[in-house]
Write a protein that binds this ligand. Structure first.
Ligand SMILES: Nc1nc2c(ncn2[C@@H]2O[C@H](COP(=O)(O)OP(=O)(O)O)[C@@H](O)[C@H]2O)c(=O)[nH]1
Ligand SMILES: [Mg+2]
Length: 197
């Protein structure tokens, strides 16, 4: 199945759960550590450079950004987690906002979790996967920045990451938001899980 994104539009930014738009459409959220390439991936998926702002203050942007895709699905950009320099109140706000969305949103079909192919997942990454699994949300795991690793090293790194992943996670897709590698495969993995096109 070839999935083609024909139109996209920015809909709204949500700063607290009470601002969530009413939704009759299925949603897919995108989660990742600050700097993992979430905005770059979304821009590439949506085929629009800079539709999703690349933040100059990583870890401080605390909003859910809703994009309407093909008039049928919302892609929701979640604020990045794990930015060490973010003050405690910012981290608490992250939890309130993200959990207040994920835990109540019936139309949220699943979450694309973006990890860095060069890093072995740590406890914070694993906590995210466990949290989503406990809430019965589908997880599509992708390993980004593949272009930064030479082919011979890749397989070893992929194995090291696999070993850390819980059994409920499907085989991750290897992608590069920079070169576009794997991005169409991600779209085609996600689409059937959303419902109608
Ligand atoms: N080499 C490489 N760099 C990337 C890739 N994806 C993102 N980046 C870079 O990583 C940095 C953070 O990207 P950004 O999309 O802002 O990350 P976010 O904080 O997760 O939204 C930027 O300098 C991007 O250009 C990728 O696949 N390969
Ligand atoms: Mg970003």
């Amino acid at each position: 199945m070839t999935v083609r994104i024909t139109n996209t539009a920015f809909i709204t930014s949500v700063y607290k759960p009470s601002q969530l738009p009413s939704s009759g459409l299925p949603e897919v959220a995108f989660a990742g550590r600050s700097n993992v390439g979430k905005s770059s991936l979304l821009n590439r998926l949506l085929g629009r450079h800079n539709l999703v702002k690349v933040s100059s203050r990583p870890g401080f942007t605390q909003s859910l950004n809703f994009f309407l895709v093909n008039d049928s699905v919302y892609f929701v950009d979640l604020p990045g987690y794990g930015f060490a320099k973010a003050p405690k109140h910012v981290q608490q706000k992250w939890h309130r906002l993200v959990e207040g969305y994920i835990e109540v949103r019936k139309s949220l079909k699943g979450v694309v979790c973006i990890f860095d192919l060069r890093r072995v997942p740590d406890q914070l990454d694993l906590d995210l996967l466990e949290y989503l699994h406990a809430l019965d949300k589908h997880i599509w795991l992708v390993l980004n920045k593949a272009d930064k690793i030479s082919q011979p090293k890749r397989q070893r790194q992929v194995q090291a990451i696999y070993r850390r992943l819980p059994g409920f996670v499907d085989k991750p897709l290897i992608i590069s938001a920079r070169t576009g590698e794997g991005v169409q495969s991600l779209l085609e993995a996600v689409w059937p899980g959303i419902g109608k096109v």
